[in-house]
Design a protein around this ligand. Structure first.
Ligand SMILES: [Zn+2]
Length: 210
């Protein structure tokens, strides 16, 4: 669960202890990306706050600031930008995406997962080959199959387009299934990450664009 806090200064030092999830769709829906001052995003469990980060939005990026690993010694301050990308929606408007900040990745994703740094699930998955054949993988391959039926253009996080000649009704059904498969895949993944992300430390060195 997540929500907003009242902080507005970019300089605030907030803490995050372990696995957290940041969904750009939620931020876009709530209109906070259009602000030009920083705000606080909080995670809570059973009604209790378990972590927060400061997010400073600009036109083409958000800068994340937080402290990982607690207030004392051993904790580290983090501050780095996540680039944003905007793509047109099929029925008007635009959709905002994060670009994964891990070096060599840059994938366009809706959700970033944070331990020490926030990175996409693909980056974290690399560290966990045992996750093959999980429920999330099955959902993901279902999504890929739908993409292929619709013309195969783009990657999983690109918008789905109707293949020439495909009935609109068929496409609407596929688009619905696609959306479901993508969220099932994300959900299954985040459950797993909730148990394991603390152990993923290697990515810490891979952060780019600081
Ligand atoms: Zn990545």
């Amino acid at each position: 669960m997540g929500g907003y806090g009242s902080g507005r200064r970019c300089a605030s030092q907030e803490t995050t202890a372990d696995y957290r999830q940041l969904d750009v769709r939620r931020l876009q829906r709530d209109g906070v990306l259009e602000r030009r001052y920083s705000f606080l995003w909080r995670w809570s469990r059973n009604g209790e706050s378990v972590g927060s980060i400061s997010i400073c939005p600009e036109a083409d990026r958000v800068t994340l600031k937080y402290r990982h690993g607690g207030a004392g010694e051993g904790g580290t301050d983090q501050e780095y930008p996540i680039l944003l990308e905007r793509t047109p929606c099929q029925y008007g408007g635009e959709r905002v995406w994060f670009r994964c900040p891990a070096r060599g990745c840059g994938r366009r994703v809706a959700v970033l997962y944070g331990g020490r740094i926030f990175a996409c699930r693909h980056c974290y998955r690399l560290a966990y080959p045992c996750q093959h054949e999980s429920r999330g993988d099955r959902a993901e391959s279902r999504a890929w199959k739908i993409r292929e039926r619709c013309g195969g253009w783009g990657c999983l996080f690109d918008p789905l387009f109707r293949r020439k000649g495909m009935h609109h009704r068929t496409f609407r059904r596929l688009a619905r299934d696609y959306e479901q498969a993508c969220s099932a895949s994300d959900f299954a993944f985040s459950v797993k990450m909730g148990m394991s992300i603390d152990e993923v430390l290697a990515l810490d060195q891979d952060i780019g664009g600081k």
